[in-house]
Design a protein around this ligand. Structure first.
Ligand code: HAM
Length: 421
């Protein structure tokens, strides 16, 4: 136990951190281009926020939340997603006060107690975007265009955009009834989850992963045939905007998202080779959530993408840039009497903007040179007792193995010229 991370969590080791920084830098640049500003909300929130926001009958709330009672006897939940928290912060901090469209993005860990497998973890990282305050379908299209450009900027190919409308509280009851009529004769053959959702949330029957249930759901009525005029018009306008932006999409009437707050637009970006975890990114409109959380009725739309899945797709397409770690200078200090001088040089090099390291174990010349090589140093500065006596050091170019003796008075100027600092 002491030497094993909890199931479904993973360390991001130093040699992989470069991949994450690459993603994060690209995200910050892209969101800047689209005018979205970063928000950082707490990793835990009051449990009620997610119960109310995400929906009591969803898998996330029913089975997957990390919920505990804190020492103050409050029920707390590690965030399983960040839309509800963004809405909470929007209301608490009155982010609506100076704009009619509040555009936010976030990057951070989310937590869901799910069965771990490739691309599915208990702690995972999302990059998400939320646009709060505007009902115009152009905002849905802007959000989708940001999502598509994110994956395109990374160079990913063969990504499929699936689009649907899940209606609104006006048209959904009609659709729910149609679905219940359709499933009524076969509900007894469906899985326990589907049976329990038949009354409470029949749309989720379309999303069951069980093979038998999938088969029985074939030919179910499509929500797009039941949309009210307003939802229908919105859906068509989103498609017009996407077409105008040259974004290809596929209509998928069976696309119902796993969280209950969605209204109208729902979409997913899929990378099929990821198999069961092919949903790389998902989102949609949630015009009722802000009111549900205690605010005035306010339309909103957003998405989130699982960065582990994005990285898996990038790996599969060989698109991750190689990050080479190295240091400018490694100081090889030979003998106890030179340690203090070496440490002084090391400190001053760092103050001067060099990347510099040294060996602290007082090992042999051979061992220290090996370490210099391992740390990919461009130059080593070798300081022994003889050098110290003559106020000099040997500077070795690690690429072509040439070396020269340099006076300590000229050491910094020489290294600056060599390292182009
Ligand atoms: P979601 O579909 O639950 O939506 O999650 C979004 C993305 O997070 C998924 O497409 C997937 O890539 C990733 N993801 C989800 N669960 C896991 C997991 N266990 N392991 C690895 N990756 C995972 C939401 O979370 C909504 N808040 C999105 C949204 C924002 N809708 C509107 N605004």
């Amino acid at each position: 136990m002491l030497t094993k991370a909890p199931r479904g969590t993973r360390d991001i080791l130093p040699d992989k951190v470069g991949n994450w920084l690459y993603l994060e830098n690209l995200i910050r640049k892209l969101c800047g281009q689209f005018g979205y500003r970063e928000i950082r909300t707490p990793i835990f929130e009051h449990t009620e926020l997610f119960q109310r926001g995400i929906g009591e009958t969803t898998d996330v709330v029913e089975k997957e939340m990390y919920t505990f009672t804190d020492r103050g006897n409050r029920s707390i939940t590690l965030r399983p997603e960040n839309t509800a928290a963004a809405v909470r912060s929007y209301l608490e901090n009155k982010l609506y006060a100076d704009t009619n469209l509040c555009k936010l993005f976030y990057i951070g860990s989310m937590f869901r107690y799910d069965r771990p497998q490739a691309g599915r973890y208990r702690e995972f990282h999302q990059f998400g975007v939320e646009a709060l305050g505007e009902a115009n379908p152009a905002v849905d299209a802007e959000i989708i265009s940001l999502a598509v450009q994110f994956l395109q900027d990374l160079g990913l190919k063969d990504i499929k955009l699936l689009l649907n409308s899940v209606g609104c509280p006006k048209c959904r009851p009609v659709y729910r009834q149609k679905l219940q009529e359709f499933f009524k004769p076969v509900i007894g053959e469906m899985c326990e989850d589907c049976q329990s959702r038949y009354d409470r949330n029949p749309m989720r029957l379309l999303d069951c992963k069980n093979e038998k249930c999938k088969e029985l759901a074939q030919g179910a009525p499509a929500i797009t045939d039941c949309l009210c005029d307003e939802c229908n018009e919105h859906f068509h306008k989103v498609q017009d905007f996407l077409t105008a932006a040259g974004i290809e999409f596929e209509l998928d009437p069976s696309l119902v998202r796993g969280l209950d707050y969605y209204t109208k637009t729902a979409f997913e970006l899929k990378y099929i080779p990821l198999g069961a975890q092919s949903a790389v990114l998902g989102g949609g409109r949630y015009d009722g959530l802000i009111e549900e959380c205690g605010g005035k009725p306010t339309p909103a739309v957003g998405f989130a993408t699982g960065l582990e899945r994005v990285l898996l797709a990038l790996e599969m397409q060989n698109l991750l840039p190689e990050t080479v770690y190295g240091t400018d200078i490694f100081i090889v200090a030979l003998g106890d009497s030179v340690q203090a001088k070496a440490f002084e040089i090391l400190t001053n090099l760092r103050k001067d903007g060099f990347e510099a390291s040294m060996d602290f174990a007082g090992r042999s010349m051979k061992a220290q040179m090996k370490q210099a090589n391992k740390s990919n140093a461009k130059f080593t500065v070798i300081l022994g007792e003889d050098e110290l006596k003559s106020n000099s050091a040997v500077v070795k170019d690690m690429q072509n193995s040439t070396q020269e003796t340099v006076s300590l008075d000229d050491l910094f100027a020489t290294l600056k010229a060599k390292c182009h600092k």
